[in-house]
Design a protein around this ligand. Structure first.
Ligand code: PRP
Ligand code: URA
Length: 218
């Protein structure tokens, strides 16, 4: 099994740079990519990211009967997983990960970024009640200023969560730093670490507005 290492400059960040991920992220960036293809790519990349982000899940030995004999197999053990997409764009990452981990629960955090201040505005929060005994995968394709992700993690922690990882597709250094300052205990997995934010808070080179491209609302 191949496990990506933390970034040398950002110890709380892992860039999942598998060739398939890099290829698919490039298609995602392309302005000519259709809404249908964009959605399929987000789904596929999220699944590949989840493979890396769950590489250290605990397993326990279990007996299994093959058609030929008894042997010992392995079952994922430990805390139950909860996927938490940040609405809207995080929704596009849920189904791909659920195909890998069908027993995961799904919470939701509603947040949008105020266009003028770039500050996150929250409007919805629902996660399983026993948050302290769960592992959370927070999902959002874009980590730009980091305001939305940092606020979402704060909400999860207020609800009792003590194990959170963030999965995004494209991250800006500004957002990675903000997350490391606000939540140094939260490891961030991204498919690409981009150059910078522009004056409107968009990631460069980025892929544009992830929610609009996923749902065709531009
Ligand atoms: C986008 C994206 C993140 C946020 C990232 O959502 O999906 O949630 O921006 O920006 P930040 O790191 O600067 O906070 P947006 O606010 O556009 O909401 P939407 O998904 O509802 O369109
Ligand atoms: N949100 C997006 O959807 N894209 C960006 O580049 C920045 C924030």
């Amino acid at each position: 099994m191949r496990v990506a290492a933390p970034h040398p400059d950002f110890p709380t960040l892992t860039v999942v740079d598998h060739p398939l991920v890099r290829h698919k992220v490039t298609l995602l960036r392309d302005r000519e990519t259709s809404v249908k293809t964009f959605k399929e790519l987000v789904d596929e990349i999220a699944m590949l990211m989840a493979y890396e982000a769950t590489a250290d899940l605990a397993v326990e030995p279990i007996p299994v009967e093959t058609p030929l004999e008894s042997t010992t197999g392995w079952a994922v053990a430990g805390k139950k997983l909860v996927l938490v997409p940040i609405l809207r764009a995080g929704l596009g990452m849920v189904e791909g990960i659920l195909r890998l981990v069908p027993s995961a629960r799904v919470g939701h955090i509603g947040l949008y970024r105020d266009h003028d201040t770039l500050e996150p505005v929250d409007y919805y929060f629902k996660v399983p009640g026993d948050a302290e005994s769960r592992d959370f995968l927070l999902l959002d394709p874009m980590l730009a200023t980091g305001g939305s992700a940092a606020a979402a993690v704060s909400s999860l922690k207020r609800a009792g969560a003590n194990s959170v990882r963030l999965l995004c597709l494209v991250a800006a250094p500004e957002g990675v730093r903000k997350m490391a300052d606000a939540h140094p205990d939260v490891h961030v997995f991204t498919a690409a670490l981009d150059r910078q934010l522009n004056e409107s808070g968009y990631i460069l080179p980025g892929l544009g507005d992830a929610g609009d491209r996923l749902f065709g609302t531009r």
